[in-house]
Design a protein around this ligand. Structure first.
Ligand SMILES: Nc1ncnc2c1ncn2[C@@H]1O[C@H](COP(=O)(O)OP(=O)(O)O)[C@@H](O)[C@H]1O
Ligand SMILES: [Mg+2]
Length: 285
C-alpha cells in the first residue's frame, strides 16, 4: 500500500493533497465507507489571528458525500475558517474531527494520516506555469508515491479524463481557458484520491460559462465518486446549483448566522440579511 502527502506552498495560497493510494494496489474502492456519521465535525471552533477571535464557538458537521457551501460577506472569515479546518493554523479553541480523528490535537504520523484524507484548492493555488497540464497532475504522484513512471502517467491521465481534459495533457497552463485551469487544478488536488476536497472560491475570475463547468464537475465528482466537498463561494448561481446545504458566516455575530437548504433560507429565513444576501438585494437606503 502506498500512502502519500503533499504540501506545496504556492504564492499566498497553499495546496494540500493527500490520500491512500490503495485502489490501484488491490482494486478496492478509493473511499471505503467508514461507520462515522459525519466525515467532518467542527466543534466549538474559535479562530482568528494573533489571538483575537474572528469567529467564535463555531460548530457544524459535514456528511459523507455532501456538498457544503460556506457563505458570508467579504472579510467575514470564510477563508480563515477553511484554513483552520484544514489544520493550516491552530485554532484559539475547539476541535476539528476528520473521520472521527481530532486534527487539532493530532501530531506526527497521526496528523499526516488525517491530512492525507483531503485535497485543497485555493483561489491562488493555480497550476505551475512552467509545466504542462499532465506534468502538473503527475507532480504529487511523483513526489509522494513510489509508482512506476507508467503508473504515474496512467493515474494522472485518469484524473485529467475525470475532469474532461483528455487531449489537453501537453498544453501549458497559459494555453488553457480559466475554466480548464481550474479543472486541471482540481485534477491535481485529486491525484492522490482524497475523500474530501476543500475549494476556496473556485469560480473567482471565471466567466459564467466556465463557472458552470466547475459547478458541473463538483456535482459529478460528488455524485459519481462520493467525494465530499466544502466550497467557499459567493456566486449565487453556484450556490443554488451545487450546495446541498450552506452555512452563512456573519462578521457582527462572529459566527454562523444561518444554515440549511439555500432555497429555503432565500425564501424563508427569519434573518433579513440572509434573505437579502441570497436574493442579491441591496440594503435599504
Ligand atoms: N494571515 C492573516 N493574518 C491576519 N489577518 C488576516 C490574515 N488573513 C486574513 N486576515 C484578515 O481576516 C479577515 C477575514 O479574512 P478572510 O477569512 O480572508 O475573509 P473572507 O474569506 O470571508 O473574505 C480580514 O479582515 C483579513 O484582513
Ligand atoms: Mg476568502
Amino acid at each position: 500500500m502506498v500512502t502519500a502527502l503533499v504540501l506545496i506552498v504556492v504564492a499566498d495560497g497553499v495546496f494540500v493533497v493527500g490520500s491512500l493510494l490503495s485502489w490501484h494496489m488491490n482494486g478496492s474502492a478509493p473511499h471505503p465507507s467508514i461507520d462515522s456519521p459525519s466525515i467532518i465535525r467542527v466543534e466549538n471552533l474559535t479562530v482568528g489571528y494573533g489571538g483575537t477571535p474572528m469567529l467564535q464557538d463555531v460548530s457544524f458537521e459535514v456528511q459523507r458525500g455532501e456538498v457544503l457551501v460556506i457563505l458570508g460577506g467579504s472579510g467575514s472569515g470564510k477563508s480563515t475558517l477553511l484554513k483552520h479546518v484544514i489544520g493550516l493554523y491552530p485554532p484559539i479553541a475547539g476541535h476539528v474531527y476528520i473521520e472521527g480523528e481530532d486534527l487539532v490535537a493530532a501530531e506526527g504520523a497521526t496528523r499526516l494520516a488525517i491530512l492525507r484524507k483531503f485535497g485543497v484548492m485555493y483561489q491562488s493555488g493555480a497550476l505551475f506555469g512552467s509545466m504542462t497540464l499532465l506534468e502538473n497532475v503527475r507532480l504529487p504522484l511523483e513526489m509522494f508515491t513510489s509508482l512506476s513512471d507508467e503508473a504515474v502517467d496512467l493515474v494522472a491521465r485518469t484524473k485529467l479524463d475525470l475532469v474532461q481534459l483528455s487531449g489537453a495533457e501537453n498544453l501549458m497552463p497559459a494555453e488553457l481557458s480559466g475554466g480548464m485551469r481550474k479543472r486541471g487544478a482540481i485534477a491535481r488536488a485529486m491525484a492522490l484520491d482524497p475523500a474530501i476536497l476543500f475549494l476556496d472560491e473556485p469560480s473567482a475570475g471565471l466567466d459564467p460559462i466556465m463557472s458552470a463547468e466547475v459547478d458541473q464537475l463538483v456535482l459529478r465528482l460528488s455524485r459519481s465518486l462520493g467525494v465530499t466537498f466544502v466550497v467557499v463561494t459567493h456566486e449565487l448561481a453556484s450556490i443554488f446549483t451545487i450546495a446541498g446545504r450552506v452555512i452563512m458566516l456573519d462578521k457582527r455575530s462572529k459566527g454562523i448566522v444561518a444554515q440549511g437548504d439555500p432555497r429555503e433560507l432565500r425564501d424563508h429565513s427569519s434573518d433579513e440579511w440572509v434573505r437579502r444576501f441570497l436574493n442579491r438585494e441591496p440594503e435599504p437606503a
